[in-house]
Design a protein around this ligand. Structure first.
Ligand code: SAM
Length: 337
């Protein structure tokens, strides 16, 4: 069986925010202080998550990504990976992480059946990393990358949210990481979700922050005095599946460079995903607030299958950011970025 939405898109991918808690406070995602985490009793248990994924697999979901918050702070993360990876129909379990706990967990995660990790890397500068993440240690991230590669969690994808006045000047250096490493860098436009306002005095102000993927590409091809040239990028097919990134390669490089443009050239026509929030709501679209509550059904024993269908039927043709319809009910960490 395959779930298909009103616009003929097959839905085969589920992203699960296993917790809204995080061990970092990236400026664009969370406020520095005063965060109200969801109460633990309101969040799904490991059993509930795996009951939901079992139904999802029966409905044709083949790939599952665990995210958050920070999925590696979730106490039962290994158990969840193990349970989901062994469910019939599930072809791949992957995870998005800030890598602060990856050095220790990469091996057990791989042994539990995890296939790949995506790692957030917004800068190569240790001090700036600390500032952007409000306390993160970039050396831990590099050790996490080494451990992930050793454990076979490959190919690695590295996600950079590109912000004018903060890290856009690092685009060429980040892109050059792909020359000698088989990594897939992905440059992502800043989205108006999460912590849009209070970044603090030493960050660029709101109107100046956004940079489109077109401007990112222009920056990469511009003459760079440190190397004596601009970067030439040749288009290539996406490395895995049919994801939202437009993908390129520096000729001869081992890795690729992808550009993800949720705002400028949105990729909703190919959207194949549903999201599950940490407190058990299916969300048809990251960028719209409608949701279907599965938690209640788990309590009452009501069938989950029709609720999945309801969420799929509620998938919009595309997000409505261009109409200034912004999601307001939840933070990114609760939905799962
Ligand atoms: N803690 C994990 C991490 O850091 O990768 C997983 C959760 S985090 C919410 C998932 C992704 O969402 C990260 O790559 C992060 O950069 C991205 N993200 C968060 N807020 C964003 C925003 N306002 N615009 C674009 N991407 C955002």
């Amino acid at each position: 069986m395959t779930l298909t939405d009103r616009f003929g898109r097959p839905i085969t991918y589920l992203r699960i925010s296993v917790t809204d808690r995080c061990n970092l406070r990236c400026v664009y995602c969370l406020p520095e202080k005063g965060i109200q985490w969801q109460e633990r009793e309101k969040q799904l248990s490991a059993e509930e998550i795996t009951r939901i994924t079992e139904i999802a697999a029966q409905l044709g979901i083949k790939r599952i990504r665990l995210t958050g918050g920070e999925p590696l702070v979730y106490p039962h993360i290994i158990e969840i990976v193990e349970r989901i990876a062994s469910q019939p129909g599930i072809e791949e379990v992957s995870l998005t992480t800030n890598a602060m706990l990856l050095e220790k967990l990469a091996r057990p995660l791989a042994e539990a059946g995890l296939k790949r990790v995506n790692i957030s890397l917004d800068t190569l500068n240790a001090d700036k990393f600390k500032r952007i993440t409000r306390g993160g240690d970039i050396d831990r991230l590099w050790r996490g990358i080494v451990a992930a590669e050793k454990a076979g969690l490959a190919p690695l994808k590295l996600n950079t949210v590109v912000v004018n006045g903060l890290n856009a000047d690092e685009l060429p250096a980040l892109a050059r990481l792909t020359i000698e490493n088989p990594w897939h860098m992905r440059f992502i436009e800043l989205m108006p979700v999460g912590n849009a306002q209070d970044w603090g005095a030493d960050f660029p102000s709101l109107p100046a922050r956004y940079i489109s993927v077109q401007d990112m590409q222009a920056r990469l091809s511009t003459f760079d005095p440190s190397t004596g040239s601009g970067l030439r990028l040749e288009p290539v097919p996406p490395p895995i599946g049919n994801g939202p990134a437009r993908t390129f390669r520096i000729p001869g490089a081992l890795g690729t460079i992808g550009f993800i443009s949720p705002l400028g050239e949105h990729f909703c026509q190919q959207c194949n995903r549903l999201r599950l929030t940490a407190d058990g709501h299916l969300r048809p679209c990251l960028l719209l607030d409608s949701e279907v509550n599965l938690r209640g059904a788990l309590y009452t024993g009501k069938a989950l299958l029709p609720l999945f269908q309801k969420a799929v039927d509620a998938k919009p043709e595309g997000h409505e950011l261009f109409l200034q319809h912004y999601p307001e009910s939840r933070r990114m960490a609760q939905i799962g970025g």
